[in-house]
Design a protein around this ligand. Structure first.
Ligand code: SF4
Length: 278
């Protein structure tokens, strides 16, 4: 299948397209470029999902008729079990990745996608939203629009309370973990910001916001040293705290989701802490 993808100068180098469709997009200096034509229907579809997720609408196709043949309802896309990637990243959270847990007791949105009519309808079909959990203050984006539509409860830690969030329904306090549901535990991890938290779900999925991510170049888990807005030493302490927990998936705000069996994930986390202390 011939490709016609391109990127334009409005790219903000958020990284979304090159983790979602690494066979098509790559980073070149401070922007994304198309370096290889998708030549299978699967690769074309993945590139199309990256196009839909691009926060700045910087990805296009030369033959627009190709887009009209593609379904709009590709998101939320299943990761595993009942955990989804919602797509439609927002420029207001610098393209951070939003996630969704579909639960009988009420769905949980993790950080905020762009509000689009297609995504809103898809979330309605999946049962709406009970909770909107925010890892930290930078990834709020369209949280209030989703709240207004779904009447969901917004959750953030008081350390990241800003004018925009002071009226949220649940403001967490202190440094103790807090059970959102019987399967979902919010763990305070101050460092990147004062009120950063992560969400551990079913001791399997860890939604990490800007606290922890995967580095392709280093080949291990890492933290954003140059983009730490509060206290990197505290972030190291918070990372050590995570050694008390088991999980298999790291679902970050920036970069690709990563999977390791539990014991290997713990080794990965130790490697990350050693690297942070260097
Ligand atoms: S998703 Fe869009 S803004 Fe982000 S790196 Fe790709 S082209 Fe640039």
């Amino acid at each position: 299948m011939a490709s016609s993808f391109f990127t334009d100068s409005s790219c903000i180098d958020c990284g979304t397209c090159y983790w979602m469709a690494p066979k098509t997009f790559k980073r070149d200096e401070d922007a994304s470029v198309v370096y290889s034509d998708p030549n299978t229907p699967e690769d074309w579809m993945t590139s199309y999902e990256a196009l839909l997720s691009c926060p700045t609408n910087s990805i296009g196709v030369t033959d627009k008729s190709l887009l009209s043949k593609k379904p709009a309802e590709v998101f939320p896309r299943l990761i595993e079990d009942n955990v989804f990637h919602t797509g439609y990243h927002s420029e207001r959270s610098y393209g951070a990745t939003p996630w969704l847990i579909q639960e009988k007791t009420g769905n949980i949105l993790i950080d905020s996608p762009r509000m689009t009519s297609v995504l809103k309808k898809r979330i309605e079909d999946m049962g709406g939203l009970e909770w909107q959990y925010l890892t930290h203050r930078d990834d709020i984006a369209d949280t209030d629009l989703f709240h207004d539509h779904f009447n969901s409860k917004r959750i953030i830690h008081e350390g990241d309370k800003i004018k925009k969030t002071e009226h949220y329904e649940i403001i967490l306090e202190g440094n103790e973990p807090w059970n959102l549901t019987s399967d979902a535990l919010v763990i305070p991890v101050p460092g990147h910001t004062k009120g950063h938290t992560v969400l551990l779900y079913k001791e399997k999925f860890l939604f990490t916001g800007d606290h922890l991510a995967w580095s392709h170049s280093l080949g291990h888990l890492y933290a954003f040293k140059r983009h730490c807005w509060y206290d990197f030493n505290k972030q190291i302490e918070s990372m050590e705290r995570l050694l008390d927990y088991n999980f298999e998936w790291v679902l970050p705000g920036h970069g690709a989701p990563v999977y390791f069996p539990k014991s290997e994930m713990k080794s990965q986390l130790k490697k990350c802490i050693e690297w942070m202390k260097e």
